[in-house]
Design a protein around this ligand. Structure first.
Ligand code: BTN
Length: 241
């Protein structure tokens, strides 16, 4: 079913769980949702056909070409989106025959290179949880600047971006229904980091395991440290690839 709301094109997804709002162009789907959150409901999806000022973690830019750029609003606090969002992407791509891995906390890798970035932002009103915004960018047919060619890759996807979006939503609906144990089991299965060493604050650590809210346990000389997603930079991980 397709309808139009306040000048935006709005298509209601058939399982009635997600509504998709389509924009021809937005600076950033995450920023848009943050500024217009009061107009949207739990599990509403903002899809920009073209994103002109996308953001990544640590105020990095997300440069868009032909990619899928969308953000989902979640008003319930019980979900660990740092685990769920990567799993939803991996499952969606797998249905298209594209096998990918999760590089904690927010990258999806294809053939060892980044094909998708995820930006989860939790908004609090005072100390009270307000909502989560899950922003997802999947590279499809993008062209990369020379400094990114070694690290980034576009996926060879045969379906159009809108169909990819709907596949992603289907997969997200599925992971939202999974229990905690299955989420962690699947996350470990698709993790690129498990069993590897990473550099953290200029020291080599073993990656041990993931915890229920998406934290990463690393170990060195019998010491175990728990990292939150903010505490490790992509650069320190990429050095060891
Ligand atoms: C990262 O790799 O650091 C995260 C990149 C997240 C990019 C997506 S694209 C859709 C959404 N809107 C944004 O401005 N950023 C996210």
């Amino acid at each position: 079913m397709i309808s139009h709301v306040r000048g935006k094109s709005c298509s209601l997804f058939k399982n009635n769980m997600f509504r998709v709002f389509t924009f021809d162009e937005l600076p950033s789907t995450n920023d848009y949702l943050k500024h217009h959150a009061s107009e949207y409901l739990h599990s509403d999806v903002i899809w920009a056909k073209k994103q002109t000022n996308g953001r990544g973690r640590f105020t990095r830019q997300w440069i868009s070409g032909e990619d899928l750029t969308c953000s989902i609003l979640f008003r319930k606090s019980e979900y660990a989106h740092t685990l769920l969002a990567p799993l939803a992407v991996v499952f969606a791509l797998s249905t298209l025959g594209i096998e990918t891995q999760i590089k904690w906390p927010n990258d999806i890798l294809y053939k060892g290179k980044k094909c998708c970035g995820i930006l989860v932002e939790s908004i609090f009103e005072g100390n009270t949880f307000g909502y989560d915004i899950v922003g997802i960018g999947i590279n499809v047919n993008n062209e990369f600047a020379t400094d990114l060619i070694d690290k980034a890759i576009a996926l060879p996807i045969s379906i159009d971006i809108e169909s990819l979006l709907y596949q992603l939503i289907r997969s997200y609906a599925m992971v939202l229904r999974m229990d905690q144990e299955s989420i962690l089991r699947q996350y470990r299965k698709y993790s690129y980091l498990i069993g590897k060493k990473i550099t953290y604050r200029d020291e080599l650590w073993d990656v041990l395991d993931f915890k229920e809210h998406g934290e990463l346990n690393i170990g060195k000389d019998g010491v175990v440290k728990t990292l939150l997603s903010e505490e490790i930079s992509l650069a320190s991980i990429y050095k060891d690839r």
